[in-house]
Write a protein that binds this ligand. Structure first.
Ligand SMILES: NC(=O)c1ccc[n+]([C@@H]2O[C@H](COP(=O)([O-])OP(=O)(O)OC[C@H]3O[C@@H](n4cnc5c(N)ncnc54)[C@H](OP(=O)(O)O)[C@@H]3O)[C@@H](O)[C@H]2O)c1
Length: 295
């Protein structure tokens, strides 16, 4: 049993903390909007009113927040983790999809406070988190990563250790660029099918059994064909743009290229332009319908 502080109980953080509780850990949750943390009281979470209250005496401090800005505020901002006297030797675990530059900066800040930093990114939608079936991409000192592997077992389907600090995040960014490209390509393909008079359910089935298939294609093609999308929103065009921009910046910094990633940002940008940036990424097809109805 590990004493955990879990900061950020949104679509992913809430089911992840529920799994940790069900796995026998002692979990204290905190969220900027207090109602989302409060909802976890019924499943046994202790709810903290402040970050300092959440991290007091914790063995492991997790964040599952939107982006660099949110993570900087919660770790390094006024009243954040680093000025809340976290226990020296505790694990500091960044699970949010954030930039690689921020992960390295945070690792340094955490080490200066005597914390052991691990990036422990997750892949899978909120329903996979609910089912305890996430894919984990970790980076950190070998002993720390092994410790995390045990702690996160309640929500793990697969666990990949990519090596030192920042390497789990590095892989996650590249993985998400590829995933975003797939969803954008599918949105365009489904809208093209519709424009060509092809039945969308037949197209979804064929894309899902042919060589075009992938997890994204199989699930998102059904959403696009039926018009029934995840509720609440699973992941949005704005989220896709955020991840892809972090990913492209990282890829280009290390000497790779991601022309498709850059184009994917533009494709999801069309959803933002027509006011659909906070809906599901699978609703890209509706955004493209709107864009092409105008032209
Ligand atoms: N959804 C997915 O399929 C998925 C899968 C894998 C990884 N991820 C990644 O997981 C992370 C969380 O995603 P999610 O889907 O759980 O998003 P979400 O439901 O929108 O939750 C975002 C969380 O960030 C908090 N937050 C945002 N800005 C903040 C700020 N300035 N200060 C403090 N807290 C702030 C929100 O607090 P409030 O509740 O107060 O707004 C909320 O707890 C993201 O990095 C995302 O890319 C998502």
């Amino acid at each position: 049993m590990t004493k955990i502080a879990f900061l950020g109980t949104g679509n992913m953080g809430a089911p992840m903390s529920r799994c940790l509780l069900q796995g026998g850990h002692q979990v204290t949750v905190w969220n900027r909007s207090a109602d989302k943390a409060k909802a976890l009281e019924t499943v046994g979470a202790k709810v903290a009113g402040t970050i300092a209250e959440a991290v007091a005496g914790a063995d492991a401090i997790f964040t599952m927040l939107m982006d660099d800005e949110a993570c900087r505020a919660v770790w390094a901002g006024p009243g954040g983790v680093l000025e809340s006297s976290p226990r020296p030797g505790a694990l500091a675990i960044e699970s949010s999809t954030v930039s690689n530059a921020w992960v390295h900066e945070l690792a340094g800040l955490a080490a200066a406070k005597g914390l052991r930093f691990v990036d422990c990114c997750v892949a899978g939608r909120p329903d996979a988190a609910e089912a305890g079936a996430l894919h984990i991409f970790a980076g950190g000192a070998p002993a720390d990563v092994e410790e995390i592997r045990e702690i996160v077992k309640p929500y793990t389907k697969s666990f990949s250790n990519f090596g030192g600090v920042g390497r789990g995040n590095a892989f996650k960014l590249i993985y998400n660029v590829m995933g975003a490209i797939q969803v954008a390509a599918l949105g365009e393909a489904m809208q093209a099918c519709e424009a060509a008079g092809i039945d969308l359910m037949a197209a979804a089935n064929a894309f899902s059994i042919g060589n075009t298939n992938s997890g994204h294609v199989i699930r998102h093609s059904k959403y696009m064909a039926t018009g029934k999308h995840e509720s609440p929103v699973g992941f949005s065009p704005k989220g896709r743009i955020k991840d892809t921009l972090y990913g492209v910046a990282f890829i280009e910094k290390v000497g790779g290229q991601s022309r498709l990633g850059r184009t994917t940002v533009d494709v999801f940008g069309q959803a933002v332009e027509v006011g659909m940036g906070d809906l599901n990424d699978s609703e890209l097809i509706d955004a493209l319908r709107k864009v092409h109805a105008k032209t």
